[in-house]
Ligand binder design. Sequence first.
Ligand code: GLU
Length: 462
Amino acid sequence: MIRVRFAPSPTGSMHVGGVRTALFNWLFAKKNNGKLILRIEDTDIERSSIESEKEIINSLKWCGLDWDEGPDIGGKYGPYRQSERIEIYKKFIDYLIENNKAYYAVYDDNNNEIYKSNKFPENIDGSVVVKFRVNKDGTTSFDDLVKGTISFRNDLLDDFIILRSNGIPVYNFTVAIDDHLMKISHVIRGEDHISNTQKQIMLYEAFGWDIPKFMHIPLILGNDRKPLSKRHGGTSVEYFRNEGILSSALMNYLALLGWTIEEEIFEFKDKLKDFDPNKLSNKGVIFDYEKLEWVCGKHLRKKEIKDLYIEFLSWLNDDKIKYLIEKDEEYSLNVLSICREKINTLKQLKDFSYNFFIDEYEYEEKYIEKYLKKDWAKSLISASIKKFEELENYNLKTVEKTLNEIADLKITSKKNTFQTIRGAILGKLVTPGLYESIVVLGKERVLYRLKRTEVYINGIKG
Ligand code: GLU
């Protein structure tokens, strides 16, 4: 039975590198009819927080990654929070001490070792820790499924602490105990953990346990080839979510990072059957923000428009526009359909579609300067009002014809005519196609907006 785990430390936001690790674990588990376990590694009590744990869990859910065992299912299998498992770990520490594989050590204020024994130091002043006794002979090796064979010299490793003086065991210890107790068959994680593997294997050997298979995936890098961090830009799932990146796009893009796959645009759940760890690159991969945005644009345009509408609404946190979008669903669907052709993210969709929903929009400064302040502006808008009032059969064809008739009046150039009308009905100069916009807005809104612009021009003239 394949059993893998995702084991985040709740010490901050959910980094995209973490989600990619979770994604590869998820794909591997599902493809093999295995199980994915979520384990919260919070033994660093000073840096761990419940807020961070919540953010990690919400991010995983938003990304569409679910797990079979973990802290979120009513304690059925839990606790899967390491801070709740300290007593379990202590038994294993005792076992190592009893078998001469670990010992108590005491340090004075200058960090000098002043005691070392299997007996608990009853009367000594200083901080007591437990250290694992490293067998310095030979090497520790493993066959990494991505990196190939990796070996470490044991003589280079000193005895290492497994229980801190505050009574909490360290990561390298708890991870080995839990991976064993939770029957993990494959440890899939970031390559920053390669060097920890030596200590973990030594612990497995000390207990006489089977060693799981390891798969270390390359890190995500910034464009300077250093690990992706805040210096490069936003790195958390929350950040991309706020920026209006769709979760399907983020997962698609993360899957592309380091995994050779022929298609470029897909739903990650459809790629299960193709997932093969042998196809993972063993080199660091560069995170390209522009490419992610491009992938997002592709997802935005291929979605069922109703699904996009629902996702857009749940993303928006502006109640006024939310209300307007919900009020007239049919209109909103039409607006989103024409707007999504020119944008890549939900944030851009909001900016681009905003004035379709708000009648009292402001006119862009450069529109006012370049068009509304011209002598011909008022006669052009008045003529347009008249033409649109007369227009009976309102559709794409007749709208196009009407616009051409207005241009034929030669009040100004054709380009000026179209741009002035565009700005009048949407407040700005970059919008979806003019004919489509006029059709979607509908005659009533168009007339309302043209008349509002006429009033505005009168105001300019004083
Ligand atoms: N808790 C570790 C981390 O967040 C991961 C440990 C592991 O996957 O072995 O970096």
